[in-house]
Write a protein that binds this ligand. Structure first.
Ligand code: GAL
Length: 378
């Protein structure tokens, strides 16, 4: 009996994700939020070029990911066929992206069809994983449409094992959309898991996603991250400048994937400046990998979000989700600090003296102040 149990345990532990990837949240670009199905190899190449020339690669963004609509059919031998007009040669495209020092990602679905009704991978996991590996794919986003009602806990590990079998390290991004509380089972399956349904480029969409995602903060860590969906920073006039900053800051503090969703080639200077704030990115990529979370909130929407960093400092967001400018105060006892700390403002890029026991700032509606507090040895 004991031997049997041991065998079961070994089997079980063998069935977990061990691809060495995602030690910090993934950073890159994905085609969906801006381009939807109007995507082709030229846009992907242009995006890769712009990631290098605009300094995004230098800031840490590495994945260039094509979302839905690249696939059209299966060949008679069952391998997947990319759109011959828009993506005539996937291997060549991956080579191009690699030649820029970037990584290449694709999308598929753990169902019979993708969400845009292209062929899915359910039942074709091994053959698709082999194809991806032969093209040089480094990242797979795996969606949850047309799944025949089979539980995600059953469908998603099949692709994990197929990817592992190829011997190529492929980042495995589960897009299960929060259906079956993936934080509770996905850390053994993927490098990240969507906790929410699709994001849109406005406050009423991204802010509730940050809150929904927050309940799972304890489940995230190096190798596996909660994913409240891709960034909408730079995607249109429904997001104010301050809201874009709030969105990027909340995602960074929550150790969410930083996957740019705008048209990089044509983005504004403001958008570029937000996406390349190295002090905020450093919070996201901190090796401790603890997801910052909401520690306090008043009924007027004065919110404090915070999380520890590897050098014993604490990253703090003072957020005003209310409708009027107000003071937001972080009490050190709520954020795992005590005594006196030196204060760095991560958007003003400014040292702002010291604070003892608490810190307050006046914050406009739908805006944030993001600080890094470092304990002072007195
Ligand atoms: C959705 C997914 C989006 C995008 C889209 C493509 O289900 O959440 O991020 O991938 O499908 O059809």
């Amino acid at each position: 009996m004991k031997a049997l149990l041991l065998f079961a345990c070994i089997l079980q532990s063998g069935l977990s994700l061990d691809n060495g990837l995602g030690k910090t949240p993934q950073m890159g670009w994905n085609s969906w939020n801006h381009f939807r199905c109007s995507i082709d190899a030229n846009i992907v190449m242009q995006t890769a070029d712009a990631m290098v020339s605009k300094g995004l690669k230098a800031a840490g963004y590495q994945y260039v990911n094509i979302d839905d609509c690249w696939q059209v059919a299966r060949f008679p031998n069952k391998t997947i066929q990319s759109d011959p007009k828009k993506f005539p040669d996937m291997k060549q495209l991956a080579d191009y992206v690699h030649s820029k020092g970037l990584k290449f990602g694709l999308y598929s679905d753990a169902g019979t069809k993708t969400c845009q009704k292209r062929p899915g991978s359910l039942g074709y996991e091994d053959i698709d994983a082999e194809t991806y590996a032969s093209w040089g794919v480094d990242y797979l986003k795996y969606d949850n449409c047309n799944n025949g009602g089979i539980k995600p806990e059953v469908r998603y590990p099949v692709m994990r094992d197929a990817l592992n079998k190829t011997g190529r390290p492929i980042f495995y991004s589960l897009c299960e959309q929060g259906q079956d509380d993936p934080a509770t089972w996905a850390p053994k399956v993927g490098n990240s898991w969507r906790t929410t349904r699709d994001i849109r480029p406005w406050w009423e969409s991204f802010y509730p996603r940050a809150v929904l995602n927050d309940q799972w903060w304890k489940y995230a860590g190096p190798g596996g991250w909660n994913d409240p969906d891709m960034l909408e920073v730079g995607n249109g006039g429904n997001l104010t400048y301050n809201e874009n900053i709030a969105h990027f800051s909340l995602w960074s503090l929550a150790k969410a994937p930083l996957l740019i969703g705008c048209d990089i080639h044509n983005m504004s200077k403001d958008t570029l400046d937000i996406l390349t704030n190295s002090e905020v990115i450093a919070v996201n990529q901190d090796p401790l990998g603890v997801q910052g979370h909401r520690v306090n909130m008043t009924s007027d929407g004065a919110e404090v979000w915070a999380g520890p960093l590897s050098d014993k400092s604490v990253a703090v967001i003072l957020l005003n989700s209310g409708s009027k400018t107000q003071n937001v105060t972080a009490h050190f006892s709520d954020i795992g600090m005590s005594g006196t700390a030196s204060v760095r403002d991560l958007w003003a890029h400014e040292d702002q003296g010291t604070a003892t026991d608490s810190i307050s700032r006046s914050v406009d509606s739908h805006s944030i102040v993001m600080l890094r507090l470092t304990p002072k040895q007195l």
